[in-house]
Design a protein around this ligand. Structure first.
Ligand SMILES: Nc1ncnc2c1ncn2[C@@H]1O[C@H](COP(=O)(O)OP(=O)(O)O)[C@@H](O)[C@H]1O
Ligand SMILES: [Mg+2]
Length: 329
C-alpha cells in the first residue's frame, strides 16, 4: 500500500531542487525576569522545509511560536540551538537580505511620512537607484491597490488598517524578493480587506515567488496555501500539503466504531479516537476496499461524508490531541 509520505506534495513544489527554507531542530528559549532566570521555551525542535514557488502557511494559536520562527529565519533573533538555511545560506547571513521581503506582524511605520515617502525610505535601505524607484513605486502601489493620490498626500497616521497592511506589503516587495515572509497579513482586516490581501498573495504566487506566512485565519490559508504546518506550544505537530492532511477533495470523511486501531490508522492517517471509543478521520484510499477491511475486523461506519474536512476542523482536532504527534513530513 502506498504510504502518505509517498504522495506528491503538490504539482507546484519543486522538490528536486534544494529547499529555500530549511530548519533542523531549531530551538529558541527566551530568558526573562529581572535576573534572567526564568525560561520561556518559544520553539522546541523545529525541522521543516519549504521549496521554491510554494506558498507555505504556518498555523497555530496565539503564543504558539510562529513569530519566533519567522524571526529566527530572518536572522532577527538567534536560535538557542539547531540550525537552518535560507536560500542555501546559514540563518543570519546578510547576503540573502536582498532576496527576501518581510511584512512584520506589527510593523513600525513612521506615521508622519506619506506612503510614498515610506516606500522611498524602504527602497533607500536596499540602495535601489532613484530611477528604479520612480518606476517600481507606482507599480507596487497599483499591485497592492493603493491610489497614487493617497500614497503621495496622506500621512500614514491617516491610513486605515487595510491601507497600512497594503503599504506594508508594498514595502515587503520593494526589492522584488524571491522569498516573501508575511506575519499575520490578514489580522485586523475586515472581510473586504482580507479578500484583497488574499488576491494579492495569489497574484504573488502566480509570479512564482515563494511565500511563507503565519496565520491563524484558517479559511484564508485553506484557499491560498500549497502546504501548511501547525505549531502549538512551540512544537510542530504536523506538516503536509492540504491534500495530505485533509484528504483529497474527492475522498470520504468517515466516523465509526470498533475495529483494530492499528489497521484503521493505515486507512485513516488522520485518525482521532473519541473518549467513547468511536473514531473519525479522512479515508486516504478507496472506500469499497476500506469497507471490506472494516467488515473483517468487525468495525462499523456511523457517518460518511463525500468531502474532506475543513482546515478549521482539522486544526481543532490536531490542537486537541496535541501530544500525539502526527507527522506527514
Ligand atoms: N522577546 C521575548 N521574550 C520573552 N518571551 C517571548 C519573547 N517573544 C516571544 N516570547 C514568548 O514566546 C512564545 C511564542 O511567542 P510568538 O512567537 O510571538 O507566538 P505567535 O507568533 O505564535 O503568537 C510566547 O509565549 C511569547 O510570550
Ligand atoms: Mg505572532
Amino acid at each position: 500500500m502506498k504510504s502518505v509520505a509517498d504522495t506528491p506534495d503538490s504539482q507546484l513544489n519543486n522538490t528536486d531542487s534544494p529547499p529555500v527554507v530549511l530548519t533542523s531542530e531549531l530551538r529558541k528559549v527566551y530568558r526573562t525576569g529581572f535576573w534572567h532566570n526564568q525560561k520561556v521555551i518559544s520553539l522546541k525542535s523545529c525541522s521543516l522545509k519549504v521549496y521554491q514557488g510554494e506558498t507555505f502557511g504556518l498555523l497555530g494559536p496565539n503564543g504558539a511560536g510562529k513569530t519566533t520562527l519567522l524571526k529566527l529565519l530572518l536572522g532577527i533573533i538567534r536560535p538557542t540551538s539547531g540550525r537552518g538555511l535560507l536560500l542555501g545560506k546559514p540563518l543570519g547571513d546578510r547576503s540573502v537580505k536582498e532576496n527576501i521581503g518581510y511584512l512584520s506582524e506589527s510593523p513600525y511605520l513612521y506615521e508622519y511620512l506619506t506612503g510614498w515617502e515610506f516606500l522611498q525610505l524602504a527602497a533607500g535601505l536596499f540602495q535601489i537607484p532613484q530611477s528604479v524607484q520612480r518606476r517600481r513605486i507606482p507599480q507596487l502601489l497599483e499591485l497592492v491597490g493603493l491610489s497614487q493620490a493617497d500614497a503621495r498626500k496622506k500621512q500614514l497616521r491617516r491610513y486605515s488598517k487595510g491601507m497600512l497592511q497594503r503599504v506594508g506589503m508594498a514595502q515587503a516587495l520593494i526589492n522584488d524578493p524571491d522569498l516573501v515572509f508575511l506575519d499575520e497579513p490578514m489580522s485586523g482586516l475586515d472581510p473586504v480587506g482580507r479578500y484583497q490581501m488574499r488576491e494579492l498573495i495569489l497574484g504573488l504566487k502566480a509570479t512564482g515567488k515563494t511565500i511563507f506566512f503565519n496565520s491563524h485565519v484558517l479559511s484564508e490559508v485553506e484557499q491560498i496555501c500549497d502546504r501548511i504546518a501547525i505549531l502549538a506550544q512551540g512544537e510542530l505537530i504536523c506538516t503536509g500539503s492540504l491534500n495530505q492532511l485533509l484528504g483529497n477533495p474527492n475522498t470520504y470523511y468517515v466516523k465509526g466504531q470498533g475495529g483494530d486501531g492499528e489497521v484503521l490508522k493505515k486507512w485513516i492517517p488522520s485518525l482521532v479516537f473519541e473518549p467513547d471509543g468511536s473514531w473519525q478521520g479522512t479515508l486516504k484510499d478507496d472506500y469499497y476496499d476500506f469497507l471490506a477491511s472494516l467488515r473483517l475486523m468487525d468495525g462499523q461506519i456511523t457517518t460518511l461524508k463525500f468531502s474532506r474536512i475543513s482546515l478549521e476542523e482539522f486544526f481543532i482536532q490536531q490542537i486537541e490531541k496535541q501530544g500525539n504527534s502526527v507527522n506527514f513530513k
